[in-house]
Structure formats: structure tokens, C-alpha cells
Design a protein around this ligand. Sequence first.
Ligand SMILES: *[C@@H]1O[C@H](CO)[C@@H](O)[C@H](O)[C@H]1NC(C)=O
Length: 421
Amino acid sequence: MSRIVLPAMAGLSFVSQWALGSPLSSGFLSSLPGLLDISAREATISSSCGTSGQASCHNTTSVSNLCCFEAPGGLLLQTQFWDTSPSTGPSDSWTIHGLWPDNCDGTFSENCDSSRNQNDITSLLQDAGADSTLDFMKEFWVDINGNDESFWAHEWNTHGTCYSTLRPTCLPSGSPDGTDAVAFFQTVVKLFKTLPTFTFLQNQGITPSSSKTFTLSQLENALTAEAGVKPALTCSGSNLNAISWYFNLKGSIIDGQFVPINSPESSSCPSSGIKYPLKSGSSSTSTGTSSTPTSTGTPGSLPSKATVHAIRSSGSTTGGLLSLGTWSTQTLATYTLSGTASSFTMTSSKGSCGVSSGKFACGSGVTSTTFSAISSGSNLLLASGGSTTFSSDGVPSGSTVFDVFSGSSHSQGYTLSIVGS
Ligand SMILES: *[C@@H]1O[C@H](CO)[C@@H](O)[C@H](O)[C@H]1NC(C)=O
């Protein structure tokens, strides 16, 4: 049911689209009212929506404020390519295709408002002070034929203009023209950084090879073990070629919360004999999604030792994580974090930490998974599979502790703030 992209044109246009739809995400701007300094390099725009409302596609009644509730395109797909012929992007990272807003039933709209089309994304981002987003795009959001500029414009014009929460009337008053598109590109980059498909597979022992083949369930199980949700894989013949990570959204594309969900459609790959071909070219730089730890010390970077505190929706802090990864109000454990804010692993005195079947745990038998850290106000929030939401079956006190789950499926939701120690 997903868009089918011919490999030779991957990244430039959709060749045919079956039943499902389109894409997108949030951002930050300079010279705007209410901006929030997130990375010390790019300011962010605030939607004032918050993230406590209903998740898109999960509302039980009609929602009237579509500035803070994505509709009708509330089924979001963050799509990525693994292009090897020719090789596109770093050899150790998948590349960005886009972020598409499908309708909840999988149908979709495109080209929703040509009056907001853009044709010079580079200048737009530069003028908005979004240079770090642009730099990242030049490395990780690349067109297979080298036409990055038209690829970016296509993604905004075709899909970005369809987001209800990015309509100009939803932006802070006084926002310059094009703020909607800048927010889109910033959100796509931010979300992509939480979905390091290459590293997810590598963590599970699956790396590109000129000879090896994989079964579809091997690939799907590996990715599901890492991310906690099942993506949809696309093959070109027997070659792994693309992936779609699915989300619903709480709040606005600008600064809302992406709630990871299992793919509502199945992968298009054969059930076995799948090749994951090698890319030629060099590996990614430190800004990317590589698992290679890079030096710290950049703004918003990750502490190497930290305690992890739970912040509930009321804003109050209630305890945090113990060394087994449970939620407690007892003395918090010190965690060792390795990697960069966009991709790191965690260990406690008990062992590696990971999310498996949605549950967070640390210990000697735990398979390490990759986390990211997302700045939110003055907090650095832990994210798993793109989501900063965690939940438990109750609130701890005294000696009572609770298991921690990624996502909001348990009754008590909270975020986890990383505090350097
Ligand atoms: C959810 O909200 C949208 C937007 O208001 C509306 O079109 C849709 O019908 C709602 N869904 C339900 C089940 O009420």
C-alpha cells in the first residue's frame, strides 16, 4: 500500500502511489516571537499547543483546532532510502526521503496549497538562521541524481503544504513567509536523528554485505527490537531500498510529540533472499546517525555520566531511574552515556540498557538499544524510537518501583530528563 519509487528516481518523485500517502514534521526559527533556544545554534518556534491533547487518528470526537491536532493527515510516515545504485549519502547511514501526512485510513492528499510553494530551500533556511539543519540536510537528505534543491522543494510543496498544523494562521503572529517550510525541515531532521536505521540494524548484527542475504522477518524483528515498533520495508527486486517509520502526533508538527506506531501496512520485500548491498563512499560525519561515538562538548551535547529524572505532565519531578531501569523515588542510579545526543547507548552498574518489546531495562542480559536526546526548554529528554514519552502502571513511592515502558500505553505518562552528574 505504500508509494512505490523506482530506484533510479528515488528521492526525486513518486512514480506511482497505491493507496497510501504523504508526509512531514517540526521546527525552529530565528527572529520570531516566543523562540526558544534549543541547540544554541538554531532557535525554535513554539506552537503553544503542548502535547497533552489526543494523538492524531485516535480522537473519539471531532477536534476543532487543527492548529494543534494534525488532521486529516494524522498518520505520519518518516521515509528513508538505502540507495546503492548509485550510492547516495554516507556509507553508514540511510538517507531522508521525507515526512508524509497520510490520512488515518492510508489515503492521502498532495500539493495542498501552491501559494506556499518554495523553490529555494537553501536561501530560506539560511535566512531563517537554520544553518545546522541545512548542513545536516546536505549530508543526509540527498537526491540520488544530485538535485537536492529540487528534491527538498518537492517534499515541501507536495507533502509539507498538507499539514494542518503548519498553516500560516497557526504560526505565531509576525512569522515571516516561509516559516511553515522552515519548521517542516527542522522537524524532519530532528525526527530522522531519532531513527538511525543503519545503527538499529548494526546493533542487531545486520550490516551491508555483497554476499549475505536476510529474511524479511530477520530484518523486521531486528528493527522492531531496536525501535519498539515495526516499520515497513521496501525492496527494489531483492535489494533492501527504503523504510517507512510510522507515527501519530500529539500537538503540532512544529513541536509536538511523535508517537511511534507499528506500520499499518506490510513490507513489500520478498520473504527471504533479501540483499542489503554495500554503499560506496565514506562514512558519515559526527552530525549524523552513525553509532561511532564522537567528541562531546558541542552545545546541547550529551553528558557522559547522568542521572535520569521523571517529569510528569503536571511538570513536577517524581523520582527517576534506578540501575535496573525501573522508576523509583529512591536514590537514582548514575548512567554512563556513550555516543552523541542524536544516537547513544546507556549503561548502568547492572549492565547495558535497552528497550525490548516496549520495556526499558538495564542488566547483563539486556541487548543494548540506541537512544537519542531531545532538548525541550531547559531539559534534555531521553527518547526511544523517536518518542520522549514513557509510561508505567503506577507512580512510585517509598520502596514501590514500576517498570518503565516506551510510549504512552501504560496509565502514568512522563518524560525522562537526563541530568549530567
Ligand atoms: C477526529 O477529528 C477530525 C478533525 O476534526 C474529524 O474529522 C474526525 O471525524 C474525528 N474523528 C472522530 C472519530 O471523531
